[in-house]
Structures are given as C-alpha cells and as structure tokens.
Design a protein around this ligand. Structure first.
Ligand code: ADP
Ligand code: MG
Length: 213
C-alpha cells in the first residue's frame, strides 16, 4: 500500500509461555520520519521487566487478543479531513471536532490555513471535468479551512459515515453534513474516499513529522 505501513503480526504461545525470541518488538518505528505521506507502525508498551510474555495488560490500543496464546495487531488507518469555510465562518470548528472525536476518530494533525485558488484547484483536480469544479474552488478558497489527519481503525469509512452524504438533504440524521451543511457545495467537511487517496491527500498538506499519533 503506497505510503502506508501497518504491521499485522500473530504470535503463538509455546507451552511454557513465549520464548524470548518470540517477544515482539512493537516499539514505535521512527525510521520514516524524513519521508512524506504516512507510515503507521504498531506501538506497544514493552513487557514489564522480568516478564517475557506480553499479557493483555501490555497490549496497546489497536491490538486485540485473537485467541488463547495469540494476539493480532489491528490496522489503524489515517484519513484526511478538511473543515470547510462555511464552518470556520460560523465559528463551529470545535463542534465538528467534538463529533469526530465522539465517533472515535483521533485528530493526530491539524492546521488552519487559507487555500489560494490555485491550491484549491490542485487539491480538487480530480473533479476538473465536473460542472461544479470552478465554484467549488472559489468556495474552498473563500475563507479559512482546517485541515486535519484523523486516525482510527477503518478511519476512511468511519469518517465518511460521520460526515454523511455529499448533499445534506440526503445525509442521515446526526451526521455532520445533515447538522451543519449549508448546501451541497458548502457542505462543511471533506473526507478522503479511499486509503489510497487518503495517503495522497495527507501528503498534500502534511509532512510525517507534523503527524503525532
Ligand atoms: P464528497 O465530498 O462527498 O466526497 P465529491 O467528491 O463528489 O463529494 O465532491 C467534492 C465536493 O464538491 C463536495 O464535497 C461538494 O463540496 C462539491 N460538490 C459535489 N457535488 C456538487 C454539486 N452537484 N454541486 C455543487 N457542488 C458539489
Ligand atoms: Mg470526494
């Protein structure tokens, strides 16, 4: 997966517990700090000194016990979110963030900026042929936005659920767009639509050193 790295490892317990050679090295890997895009490596507190077997207490969030003597490190995803100018204009940034966080999405990077028209055109280049492209770029550069990286298990799909449908008239009750959007254009939030696009969009705004999980 381009720009993305998630460890999925399963460990088997021997009759006498974990052999020392089987103790997983789950320390955070900072080796990619110079790169752009995202790289997520499973993290875990080291086993307590004197203990050779990871216990459920040692299992970091994102890992789940799989069965007797086995556990698996779950895939934590990242997605790009943009709080759009209709939200910043009405001073509702905190309201949106509260909804993201309540849904289990963790804001691991965030900055407020004003997109130039050119930057908006670059970001939405995929929609260049669509009739709404020009107006969308005008809207996205009409005021401040808050760009953010969200982290969770299945973050891409989870964020799309919390956002709601593109047209607020079709968005489910309780979603951000149903609650806050002004129109199909000024619809409060952007969210990546796939893991691949999330990696590309995150790299558009953030370097890895700005993302702190
Ligand atoms: P989403 O943001 O839900 O992924 P799209 O990727 O299809 O939706 O569109 C990107 C953005 O373009 C939308 O969030 C919205 O701001 C704007 N947009 C989409 N469809 C229309 C439309 N029919 N008229 C005006 N603006 C639109
Ligand atoms: Mg989209």
């Amino acid at each position: 997966m381009p720009g993305r790295q998630v460890e999925i490892r399963t460990f088997k317990q021997s009759a006498a517990g974990y052999a020392k050679s089987e103790i997983p090295d789950l320390q955070h890997d900072d080796s990619d700090l110079t790169g752009r895009g995202e790289a997520i490596t499973a993290r875990s507190a080291a086993a307590p000194s004197g203990s050779i077997a990871p216990t459920p207490r040692d299992v970091y969030e994102g890992e789940t016990l799989k069965g007797p003597g086995e556990f698996q490190v779950m895939a934590i995803e990242r997605t790009l979110s943009i709080i759009k100018p209709d939200i910043t204009r009405r001073n509702l940034t905190g309201e949106v963030n509260a909804r993201l966080e309540k849904a289990g999405l963790r804001v691991v990077a965030q900055k407020r900026l004003r997109l130039s028209r050119h930057q908006a055109e670059m970001f939405y280049a995929v929609h260049k042929a669509r009739p709404f492209y020009s107006d969308l770029c005008t809207f996205m550069s009409s005021g401040p936005v808050v760009v953010q990286v969200l982290e969770a298990e299945k973050a891409v799909v989870l964020n799309r659920e919390v956002m709601g449908a593109t047209d607020p008239a079709n968005a489910a009750p309780g979603t951000i767009r149903r609650e806050f959007a002004e129109s199909i254009e000024a619809n409060s939030v952007h969210g990546s639509d796939s893991e691949e696009n999330a990696a590309i969009e995150i790299a558009f705004f953030f370097s890895e050193i700005e993302i702190v999980g």
